[in-house]
Design a protein around this ligand. Sequence first.
Ligand code: NAD
Length: 383
Amino acid sequence: MNPLSPPARASSVSRRNFIAQSAAALAAAGTVAQLGARSLGADAPPASDRKLGYAFVGLGSLCMNQLLPGIVQCKHARPVALVSGHPDKAKQQAEKYGINPKNIYNYQNFDSIKDNREVDVVYVVLPNSMHAEYTIRAARAGKHVQCEKPMAVSVAECQQMIDACKDAGRKLAIGYRLHYEANTLACIKAVKDQEAGKLQLIEAGAGFSIGDPSQWRLKKALSGGGCLMDIGIYALQAARYLSGEEPIEVVAQTFADRDDPRFKEVEQHCNFQLRFPSGVLASCVSSYATGLNRFVAHTTKGSASLDPALSYRGVKFRIQRPGQPEESPNLPDIDQFAAEIDAFAQCILTNTPSQTPGEEGLRDVRIMQAIYQSAESGKTIKL
Ligand code: NAD
């Protein structure tokens, strides 16, 4: 499959193929509830010529295939250090990206990164249950932190991460790449401006067919949960940024075929419905067993949608206005990871708040915990 082509709708594809198809954005966005209030790039902070030094912790798939290729396109950031448990892999990546081999750390000597003045920011790209520890260690080493989604596996951990960064006087951002993606921002704006009427219902689907049963994503202690924590979080984000509201109530169901070696510990599907204060309802589906990649905002006179919605390349905004054929504006398809890193680097350089701060990550984790609580109890959970 051409990694640059948009994925097939609702087909069952591997994570790498599915996710490797996606792309990019410009524009500093807003926190989820504020996104719709901003126009594309309108309030980006002034540029600076300085490039901040990034250290990447965890040389796995996302880091090697997306973040390192992304950061080399950045205007305000460059890779200067690597943290890995595999010295050979780290050496090879260091050579590839022109990183000084003296700036290779492992998980044991990681704290000595505090003495490395070349490193301004630590990017945590580890299994979910390790995010809190490495974010807190990085903050205590005096570094700003960018951390992958989901922020952590509990609300308490999220709060500790926020507190550690605040105590150290350092900034914290969560890797919500779609907040920096032009089609996503255009869709949010169209819904907010009621271009196709008033928002009524949201449908959001995020899923892929997971492979190797031995991977950390399928071990609850490392992942914190199944498809919801990993990919369903995108459907939750969509419901929040398309409505521009915070949910007040959730009801959910999960399913796992325990005879399938992949789903011994975590859920295979997680469906949830959110109620928002305005009366908007969001129906969200997530899966580790089928491809789902579409967000739709149904409005009184049409719809605004993202299809594909969460791919690394080729996210597409579509709008259906009354009595008109569906339109799909030709918006830029740039590297989402470069955009996300550059946006955070600019926040640091200009001492402005991140648009996707730790507080935003915490909100999602809190709602996901309520989703699991609802699925377990069979009850509606008030938020
Ligand atoms: P991966 O399995 O490819 O990489 C994980 C890395 O962590 C590996 O380098 C591995 O060696 C290291 N590691 C250290 N201790 C480990 C342990 N005890 N068990 C397993 N691995 C250990 O995973 P990934 O796909 O790169 O995901 C990393 C993080 O990035 C996750 O939090 C994931 O949710 C997030 N992610 C985000 C996106 C996105 O679009 N923003 C996409 C993929 C992954």
